[in-house]
Design a protein around this ligand. Structure first.
Ligand code: C2E
Ligand code: CA
Ligand code: CA
Ligand code: CA
Length: 279
């Protein structure tokens, strides 16, 4: 028992330090990548479920690493950037870039809304509101056309402060969306107290439609709940025409997913916009 205990300790500490090392490397690499201009913002359209028209775009970060010679996806580096606090400058960069790139699209289609993801670390940054305000001022992007996406877990951490920060954003005309709705440790009560404009039903509930009756029941319940609270519902991860039809028929307001388009670079989003309804 002693030997195996020792052995497993050695293994454990080895893997821990490997993890710490890889965190350190990825962290240094991310800082370098900002300077090297290796990040890009991609845009995924959202469509009006009734008309099929594009009504907005979600900004999603992409990293083409010259050092690794490949794209690194957000699920690989966002958690590290979050852990190391680099998400704060990186998140500001995304917001600034997305606002300035989207401005042209808004001139042609004034009803478009831009959605930007906000991580827990950013949300708890005391300077968040003033930074957002500064970026909007710098870029000239209209506050009323911006939505910020937060996950449920960000909100339950410190409820009072969360309400205060959200109110500060909402007062400036910014909309708040709850992302990945249904996956967090949520209490339904917060829906009442948080100034939230839309709920995004997590992809994991959409992917089972139509086969999984439970998923469909959850989606329907979220639509009913959201609408009775005066909120809009977005279904994310829509991949099939059948899902589009069903989600439209149960009253989802906005749809997003590969069926319409994957996230695309800025210039390809131009092309999407000039094409009219995409489905
Ligand atoms: P998310 O905010 O839930 O974004 C939706 C993710 O689903 C995106 O993955 C998108 O490419 C993907 N997706 C969209 N439609 C479909 C579909 O029909 N089928 C499938 N299978 N996937 C679909 P992505 O771009 O890899 O981003 C992953 C996560 O990384 C995001 O999840 C978000 O939490 C985070 N993230 C991305 N960009 C940023 C950012 O700028 N800031 C922060 N804080 N987080 C970001
Ligand atoms: Ca999102
Ligand atoms: Ca999501
Ligand atoms: Ca997600």
């Amino acid at each position: 028992a002693k030997i195996s205990g020792k052995g497993s300790f050695r293994l454990f500490s080895q893997s821990l330090s490997q993890e710490a090392q890889s965190y350190f490397h990825v962290g240094a690499h991310i800082r370098e990548a900002i300077d090297l201009d290796e990040f890009k913002v991609y845009y995924q359209p959202t469509v009006n479920a009734r008309t099929g028209d594009i009504n907005g775009m979600e900004a999603l970060l992409r990293w083409r690493s010259s050092r690794l010679g490949r794209f690194v996806m957000p699920d690989e580096f966002i958690p590290v950037a979050e852990q190391l606090g680099i998400i704060i400058p990186l998140g500001e960069w995304v917001l600034r870039r997305a606002c300035s790139q989207s401005l042209n699209w808004l001139e042609l289609f004034p009803n478009l809304r831009l959605s930007v993801n906000l991580s827990a670390r950013q949300f708890s940054d005391p300077a968040l509101v003033s930074k957002v305000e500064q970026i909007l001022q710098e870029t000239g992007f209209p506050c009323g056309s911006l939505d910020m996406e937060l996950t449920e877990n960000v909100l339950v951490k410190s409820e009072d402060r969360a309400v205060e920060v959200m109110n500060n954003l909402v007062r400036r005309g910014i909309g708040i969306s709850i992302d990945d709705f249904g996956t967090g440790y949520s209490s339904m009560a917060y829906l009442k107290s948080f100034p939230v404009r839309r709920l995004k039903i997590d992809r994991s509930f959409i992917s089972g439609i139509p086969e999984d009756k439970g998923d469909l029941a959850i989606a329907e319940a979220v639509v009913t709940l959201a609408h009775s609270l005066g909120k809009e519902v977005v279904a994310e991860g829509v991949e099939t025409a059948e899902q589009m039809r069903i989600l439209g028929s149960i009253g989802c307001d906005v749809l997003q997913g590969y069926l319409f388009s994957p996230p695309v670079p800025h210039d390809r989003f131009d092309t999407l916009l000039s094409g009219g309804p995409i489905r």
